[in-house]
Structure formats: C-alpha cells, structure tokens
Design a protein around this ligand. Structure first.
Ligand code: UTP
Length: 292
C-alpha cells in the first residue's frame, strides 16, 4: 500500500548558478556560505526538522564538493582530535547524515528544475515526497517544511508553500490562485509563472518548498521545454492540478533567495545578527557603513 507519510526529500543542486559567476566556476552555488554554513546545510536542517528520513541530491558536473561535504573527512577529523578541538569535531559529527540515508543521482545536462526532479524518480518510487530548492533559505520559528507536513497530514494531495509579496512585485514570481481556506492555507485554483503587471490572480508567491504526489513523474517524463528552453516544474504542476488537489501552505516567516546577489548578502546579514558571538560587531559595522 502507498504510504502517505513524507519520508523522502529531493534537493535539486545541478544548476549552473550563472548569476554567481565567476565564484560558481569552481564552487557549487549551494555550497556558498551564509555566516559559516553552506546554504545547502540550512535547507537540509529544515528537512530534518520536518521528519524527512532520506535525502536525495540531484547533482551535476562540478558538484562533487556536495558529496564530500556529507561524508567523513578522516584526515581533518584526526588532526582536530590530536589538537583537542572538540567543539569543531562535534560540529562536524552533527552534520553527518546517518549511513544509508542519502542518495546522489546525476542530471547530466541542466535541462531545468522539472527535469532535475524527474531524475530522482527511481529513488523516490511511488510515494509522496518533498522538493526543497536549496537556494531558498528560510528564517522562522517553525520550519516551513514542518508546517507543510502537518498540513499535508490533513489535506493529502499536493502541498505548495506560498508567501505574500507586495502586489506590485507579483510579476517577479510564480503566483497561485486563492480558493477556499483550509487550516493554515487554502485550496490552489491555478498557478502562473511571472504574470504580466496587474494580471496576477493573488499576491501569494511560490517560495521553493513542495510536497508532491508521485504522479508528477509521468507528467515530467513527456513534458516539453517551456520558458528559458528548460523543462519547468511549474508547467508539470499545472497539468497535475487538472487531476489532483493542491493546497497552499501559508508560510509566515522570511525567505532569502541566496541564488540572487541581494538575497545572498541579506541572508548573511540576517543570520549573522542572530548569532550572539558576532551580533554586536556586525550591527556596529553596519550602522557605521550606513551612517558614517
Ligand atoms: P535556479 O534557476 O535558481 O538555478 O534553480 P541556476 O540555474 O543554478 O542559477 P542561475 O539562474 O543560472 O544563476 C533553482 C535550483 O534548481 C537547481 C539549481 O541547482 C538550484 O538549486 N536546478 C536548476 C537543477 O538542479 N537543474 C537544472 O537544470 C536547473
């Protein structure tokens, strides 16, 4: 029988990260650091908080640092041990996934997000799964995916996290149509990618977290290329919307798009201000920059 529990999460990490060239010539954009952790670690932590048990990374050429990051580094660890660096050692142990809980598959060509998700089909199998866009990192009391998993336990079907934006900025995002209220969200009546100014059906944008039913895989399998000549996940979701229910989870925290330069800088500032050991220094420096 098909499980309704969301156990598996896909992290598509095969994109080129062209907005961060030249840095991303040698570093995967998902490994760029916010304060002292790779962006990807924030997203994996969110998945762990939501009860995810298996982590599927869809990687590509030049992304081997991601696989190494989730592995033991014998030399480093033995050097830290010999120097009695126990705090650093404990921090390294804390991020190591349990044996057998990660899978890495390869998207040979970056053909788009929809294609990257489809590349994980055999690993996920016939059960609902989460997709987390690793360049979107979230700051809130309760992890976004954890709230989605709770909503999904009531609503079933597909759940997409949405966040409110100023109506005049709706043309920048994927926007959903708003139907009847359900628990922490509402029924989704439609989806549109970057609607022309003044035509958006609401001001709720899709923020990079999804719980999807496995029927999406057969849709993505035959899907034609869309915007940017890429196989778009949103195009596939629109087809699935004709057959299955979609519920929006109204996320009330803050999302930082670290794939864009301003979002990356702001994420560093916001997360640094959260760290007691550096907060006062960072705050004083920012104040003196803004008001010299
Ligand atoms: P983006 O469109 O933001 O990523 O995709 P990108 O293509 O890497 O970045 P730019 O626009 O060139 O700067 C969102 C997420 O989907 C992954 C990316 O790695 C990123 O984490 N992705 C995108 C894939 O895994 N495969 C793709 O073909 C496209």
């Amino acid at each position: 029988m098909r499980s309704d529990k969301v156990r598996v999460a896909i992290f598509p990490v095969a994109g080129l990260g062209t907005r961060f060239l030249p840095a991303t010539k040698a570093i995967p954009k998902e490994m760029m650091t916010v304060v002292d952790k790779p962006v990807l670690q924030y997203v994996v932590d969110e998945a762990i908080e939501a009860g995810i048990e298996h982590f599927v990374f869809v990687t590509g050429r030049g992304k081997s640092a991601i696989e190494d990051y989730f592995d033991i580094q014998f030399e480093l660890e033995s050097t830290l041990r010999s120097r009695n660096k126990t705090v650093e050692l404990t921090a390294l142990e804390a991020i190591l996934p349990k044996a057998g809980t990660t899978s890495f598959t390869r998207q040979q060509e970056p053909l788009g997000l929809g294609h990257a998700v489809w590349c994980a089909r055999d690993i996920v199998g016939n059960e609902p799964f989460a997709v987390l866009l690793p360049d979107m990192i979230m700051k809130s009391e309760k992890a976004c995916l954890a709230g989605m998993v709770e909503l999904h336990a009531q609503s079933g079907g597909n759940v997409i996290a949405v966040e409110e934006c100023a109506p005049e900025l709706a043309h920048r995002y994927g926007i959903v149509g708003r139907g009847e209220d359900i628990a922490d969200g509402f029924r989704i009546t439609g989806m549109v990618e970057k609607p022309p100014q003044g035509t958006a059906p609401s001001n709720f944008f899709i923020n990079g977290r999804y719980i999807l039913q496995p029927e999406i895989f057969s849709i993505l399998e035959t899907q034609e290329r869309g915007a940017g000549n890429e196989i778009q996940l949103t195009d596939g979701l629109l087809k699935l919307l004709q057959k299955q229910d979609f519920t929006a989870y109204h996320y009330r925290g803050k999302t930082y798009d670290t794939g864009a330069k301003d979002g990356f800088i702001m994420a560093n500032v916001a997360f640094a201000l959260d760290r007691p050991e550096i907060r006062s220094l960072v705050e004083a420096d920012i104040r003196s920059l803004v008001h010299p």
